[in-house]
Design a protein. Structure first.
Lengths: 249, 107
């Protein structure tokens, strides 16, 4: 008997026969009719949470869209300071981690504990590779004085060293700060979501190594998978917007 | 075990996705990433942004439908995702309408 059944059916406490005689798995809550219904409810709840996350990042995307239209030359100049090779590599790394996470869900469904732990650990590793590459990019941007408020200079935008670049007037060059502000906010919030995700992954690995998710109790793995894929989707949109659509050609 | 339930509420059959599907989606996503990066070096004018975002939408759809299992999910979940995207598009459109029309006739 779990804590919830004690709280909701106190008559069971006096030693009477259990009315449902435990013909269901231990992870199934009593207010659900069957496991399918419980999983459906859990997925639904997770998706409602993800929709609030869409709205959260959506505000940032909307701000990006408006300011890119207002200060287009500044956004083009700012975008060309990013390293497209590292950006593309990171996209591939994150897609890879989404694949290993999907395989982790499959392993849990098939009740293969070793395989589940392997794929969860691979997801953690790829998550760290992503954050590492992102860290290298941020460090470079700091050294090149592209961090608004901390270390910023419009020198590169007024007197560009890249022959393809169009020099900006000082007032427009100041607007590149807005591009980098949005860049650091969006990639920073994305990285924060990844750090939280990696933290949860460590917890899931610890629980999985005790066999918690290979008894048919796939829901926590499945719902975390939804979160991880969502973070991947955010990057799938950040990558073209920040890196690709404003290249000098 | 009564995992099949009592016959009611069986609209939520658990579907285990074949790992080959995951692999195919993974390879497609990698290919589309290479494609979108390659296209960004070609000058297509405004279509650079259009194509890049179209590819991003395609990639995101693949992730939602297959990695996130919406293709195999119940109508409730499909409707939830659709409602979220619809609300998001509505909010973006309304904001854009405001920004486009605010200075109307003043320039």
């Amino acid at each position: 008997m779990d804590s919830q059944s004690i709280a909701t059916t106190p008559q069971e406490l006096d030693g009477a026969a259990l009315p449902h005689a435990h013909d269901h798995p231990s992870f199934m809550r009593h207010h659900f009719e069957n496991i399918g219904q419980q999983r459906e409810a859990a997925s639904f709840g997770m998706w409602v949470f993800l929709l609030t996350e869409i709205m959260f990042f959506g505000g940032l995307f909307c701000a990006y869209l408006i300011f890119r239209n207002w200060y287009h030359p500044a956004f083009v100049a700012g975008s060309n300071m990013l390293n497209i090779t590292l950006g593309t590599t990171n996209t591939a790394v994150l897609i890879g981690s989404s694949f290993t996470m999907a395989m982790a869900v499959y392993s849990a469904e098939m009740r293969r504990q070793g395989q589940l732990i392997l794929f969860l650990v691979l997801t953690i590793l790829l998550g760290f590779v992503f954050l590492g590459i992102k860290g290298v990019e941020w460090t470079t941007e700091y050294q090149e004085q592209h961090v608004p408020g901390i270390n910023f200079s419009i020198q590169e935008f007024v007197h560009p060293t890249n022959p393809k670049a169009i020099p900006l007037a000082p007032d427009m060059a100041q607007k590149t700060q807005l591009y980098f502000f949005l860049y650091f906010t969006m990639t920073g919030m994305h990285a924060l979501h990844m750090i939280i995700g990696i933290g949860i992954l460590f917890f899931l690995v610890a629980r999985a190594s005790k066999g918690a998710f290979t008894t048919g109790h796939v829901m926590p793995i499945e719902n975390f998978g939804l979160y991880w894929h969502f973070v991947d989707i955010i990057w799938i949109f950040l990558f073209p917007l920040l890196y690709l659509i404003s290249r000098y050609r | 075990m009564t995992e099949k339930g009592q016959g009611k509420h069986q609209d939520s059959e658990i579907h285990i996705v074949n790992p080959r599907v995951y692999l195919a989606i993974f390879i497609t996503l990698l290919f589309m990433t290479a494609l979108t990066t390659g296209i960004s070096f070609i000058d297509l004018g405004v279509f650079n942004a259009v194509i890049a975002l179209a590819i991003a939408c395609f990639k995101a759809s693949l992730v939602v439908l297959f990695f996130m299992h919406i293709h195999y999910s119940s109508r409730l979940l499909k409707l939830t995702v659709a409602a979220g995207l619809f609300t998001f598009m509505l909010l973006i459109s309304l904001t854009m309408t405001d920004y486009i029309s605010r200075a109307w006739g003043m320039f």
